[in-house]
Design a protein around this ligand. Structure first.
Ligand code: ADP
Ligand code: MG
Length: 268
């Protein structure tokens, strides 16, 4: 166990659907694994798109994030290998839909994920990065993901309503910091599905940058049909077509994420 290389938990959240959370989770995780970072992706959306996108069909999902959050399985039991070396997945199943009701009055219900990740200190031995893909909601699953995280990464789609909802999301981050997880920080905001032919998209980029400043990553993910095709082949875009502009952007995002990690580590 080396304190210089602690496990880092990054939660990918935005209560809006269709903004690129899952695509970012899959491809950022793949890019991190590709440079040798042992990475675990936890699918916390009952829809299970991250699991499907990594080629893990429903019938292959033995233990799941539901088992993890209900203390039926440990991380080591729930993490399954993927086709990507150094990338593991805790898949999701529809059981997650009932979880909120099931644990709504349990004590420590917001810490289920954190407790599972820190069980016996396994984290230090197993993973460099844990990425958590959240559902499109600020429900108990997302709160668990925030309570367990070192930092939040927020995908924002380059469209007219991009900033709508962001202040509510940041308020929730603030509340989690106040009540559940004082160490939580904002890792960054990534602009997704950018279409250079669209004037509005360029305006959205300017607006988001002027509002959120340095929180916004330099890398912008372009809208790219290869990226949207990849999940139907059960592959991350980075494996499906590494040269396409979307994959290249996700590889650049991964190096920015690593860079910020270094700055955070130096500051600590
Ligand atoms: P979320 O997880 O926030 O709901 P997704 O990552 O599932 O969002 O993305 C929503 C849809 O947009 C999906 O069909 C996905 O394939 C598509 N998509 C995401 N990013 C891109 C991109 N860069 N270029 C083209 N399509 C994209
Ligand atoms: Mg999703």
């Amino acid at each position: 166990m080396s304190p210089a290389h602690p496990m880092r938990v990054i939660t990918i959240a935005n209560q809006k659907g269709g903004v690129g959370k899952t695509t970012t989770a899959i491809n950022l995780a793949t890019a991190l694994a590709a440079i040798g970072k042992r990475t675990l992706l936890i699918d916390l959306d009952p829809q299970g798109n991250a699991s499907t996108g990594l080629g893990i069909d429903r019938e292959e999902r033995g233990t799941s994030s539901y088992d993890l959050l209900t203390e039926r399985a440990s991380v080591t039991e729930a993490a399954m290998e993927t086709a990507v070396p150094d990338l593991w997945l805790v898949p999701s199943t529809l059981d997650l839909l009932g979880l909120e009701m099931e644990i709504s009055s349990a004590s420590g219900r917001a810490y289920r994920l954190r407790d599972a990740l820190h069980f016996h200190g396994v984290e230090h031995a197993l993973f460099d990065f844990v990425l958590v893909d959240c559902p499109p909601s600020l429900n108990l699953l997302t709160i668990n993901a925030m309570a367990a995280a070192d930092a939040i990464l927020v995908p924002l789609q380059c469209e007219f309503f991009a900033l709508e909802g962001l202040s509510q999301l940041l308020e929730t981050v603030e509340q989690v910091r106040d009540s559940l997880n004082p160490a939580l920080s904002l890792h960054g905001i990534v602009l997704t599905m950018y279409d250079g032919r669209n004037n509005l998209a360029a305006q959205v980029v300017r607006d988001v940058r002027s509002y959120m400043g340095e929180h916004v990553y330099e890398t912008i993910i372009p809208r790219n049909v290869r990226v949207s095709e990849a999940p139907s082949f059960g592959k991350p875009a980075i494996l499906y077509d590494m040269k396409c502009p979307g994959s290249q952007a996700y590889i650049r995002l991964a190096s920015e994420v690593i860079q910020r990690e270094r700055l955070l580590a130096d500051a600590a």
